[in-house]
Structure formats: structure tokens, C-alpha cells
Design a binder for this molecule. Sequence first.
Ligand code: PHE
Length: 396
Amino acid sequence: MRLRPGLLSAVVTLALLGCERKQAPAPSPTPAPAAPAPAQSATGPLLIGTVGALTGPEAHFGSESRNGAQLAVEEANAAGGIQGRQLVLRSYDSQSKPEEAANAMTRLVNQDRALFVVGENQSSLSLAMAPAAAKGEVPMIAPSSTNPRVTAEGGPYVFRVCFTDTFQGQLLARYARETLKAERVAMLVDQKSDYAVGLAKVFATRFGALGGKIVAEEAYAKGDTDFRAQLTRAKAARPEVLFIPGYYSDVGPMARQARELGMRLTLLGGDGWDSGDRLGQLGGSAVEGALYSTHFAPDNPGGRVQGFIARYKARFGNVPDALGALGYDAARVGIDALRRSSGVGGPALREQVARTRDFDGITGKITLGPERDAVKPAIIVKLVKGQPVFAAEVSP
Ligand code: PHE
């Protein structure tokens, strides 16, 4: 594992503006099947879409990546668009629900004639959108869905600009065993999330192979708020680390309850914890010192990252988190491909997205291999006074 020192973030002023936004259609019992979209007119604006949670407990996931995509669109337009044509972004709210995400994708494909779609953040929701992408031959670029099944089962029209949980689960196991020197780990796993279940599995297998022991594996389901029974059982197994492969929205209350029960162990998680300073706000002192792997550290001193943070903050008023950076990268990968396909969508655009090589993203170099996944380093951050601070970089 390579280490580099963390530094402090820079940055600027604020301005707020909304981007074009539409509500997702109400779920209909028989959603219209997606059909291949006829090409958009050869002169009008080029429409691209985003689908993400804009309301509900994970609202910030979708807003951040939509803002990232919006910034990419505005920068591309300021640079002259594509062959003189402007790009327009249309965003839908998945409400963190698979059926809403699927409906939104169908609408983007059939009605809006989107050329490509950035979305979803959550693996279970990207999986729900994939059939409409395949049927409509509209490339979908997931910013942050890390479960391996997203692209493997999603088919040739589904890409992602992030690493997968096969990598993330293994590096977390190694970090727990070799850096934290843990021998005993307890896990608390959201059974309704493909992401959480998959990440837990990879972690457990690798941690075991490294000589560690999973001393407790407790289940919960999205929406639960009381985790005391599971935590009490986990505590009895005397773990040194509590691994929670879920989303930050669950981790806050969980961490508070764990501390109330007198658990003083290290809290460890994956990229689902990435939420800027929100986890710090939800968990307070209970999450101080907690560690998680992610795609982007805002205190990365590199000029590229700091320049992006300054532009994003000037536009939206806050320092972006991993989802803002990944939304920006996903949109730019799509726009770059669209430029190479001369603004033509469908199979021609898919072909160009698949040819993405060494694309200079904010979250690292992006090359889309035959699996349509990016292979990139992960960052481990530590919550210090509620803020994510760079702790380590791990290369594949
Ligand atoms: N990786 C998570 C998933 O696949 C989504 C996520 C990524 C959430 C990064 C927050 C930050 O479901």
C-alpha cells in the first residue's frame, strides 16, 4: 500500500443555480417496454440524462452526481458543445427505489431520447435500469455502482467509471488484517442491498484467507433504525473491528448505538459511507476515527482535484464528495465519446464509450476494459473532527 500525506482543501465562493430537473414518473403496474430510440435531430441540442436519488435518505447521492454531470455539461457547452450543438441535461429522481429508477430510464430512452445516461449510484438501482439501456441501445455510465453484477449482468450498454467491490472488498480485508492488525471482525449487513451483501462476501472470504476470523455476521434491512439487538450479539463475540458495508445513512445511528453499548472498536466501511461531512454530522463523536475506502479525497493536494473542487464549489456552494467527482467523470467520459461519434447515439456511441482509454478523470485515470469497468486505485479516508481526511491510497 502506498501512502501519501493528506493536506488541506483549498477553495472559493458560492453560487447556486438549479439545473433542468424532472420528477420521475409514478410507477405504473405495466411499464412500457423500452424500444430503440430514433436518433435525435441532427441540429438540435443533444440530450443526456441522469438518474439518482434526489429525495429520501440517500438524496444527496443523486444530487451530488447530478451536479457533477451538470458541471461537465456546462463546461462542454462553454467550450463550444459538440459540433456547435449544445448539450442539455435532464435529471430524474429514483427516490432510491428500483422501480422508480427503471421507470426513469425507460422514460429517458423512449420519451426524452437521451443519448446516454449517467446513473445510478446504488448498485441495486443500476441493475434495475440496465434492461432499458440494453433494449433501447442507450449507453448507461454508472458513476459509483461497484457491485460486479452491474456490468456483468447489465450487458454491453452498461459501463462504470469506478472500481468494483471485488477489488474494494479485498483491499478492505487487507487493510483490516495488515494495517489495523485485526484478528476478529464483526459485520452488520443490509440484506436488501446488492452492494452490501456483495461487499460483505468478498471481505469475509479475503479476511479469512489472511488468517482473520469473522466472529459475527448480523443482518438488517434498509429502513431499520434500531440495531441494538444485532450490536449486542456482535459485542458478545469480542470483535476488534466492526465492518459495515452499507450506506452512510444507516451508519450514523448504528455507530451511536454501538458506542452507547460500550463498543470501543474501530468502525470500517466501504464507499457507501462517502457523503462529505454528512456521516460526521449523523454520527458525531461516535464516528470519529472511523475509516472507509472510497474514490476521491477532497484534501488531495493535486491541482486537478483542487481545481475541480473550486469550480464545483463556485457553482453549487459545497465541496463535492466522491459522488460529485464520479458524476463529473461519468458525464465527461460520455461527452468525450459523443464527440468521437460526432453526436450520434446508439451502437456508434456505445462503441466509442467502450474505447475510453487513459481518460484523465478527477477520480483517476479511466480505461474501460472489455468488462466495461474502470480499474483504478482506491483511497482510504479517516473521519477526523467529522471530516474525511486522506489516510492511504491502494492500487489494484
Ligand atoms: N458503491 C455503492 C453501490 O454500489 C454506491 C456509492 C458509491 C455510494 C460511492 C456512495 C458513494 O451501491
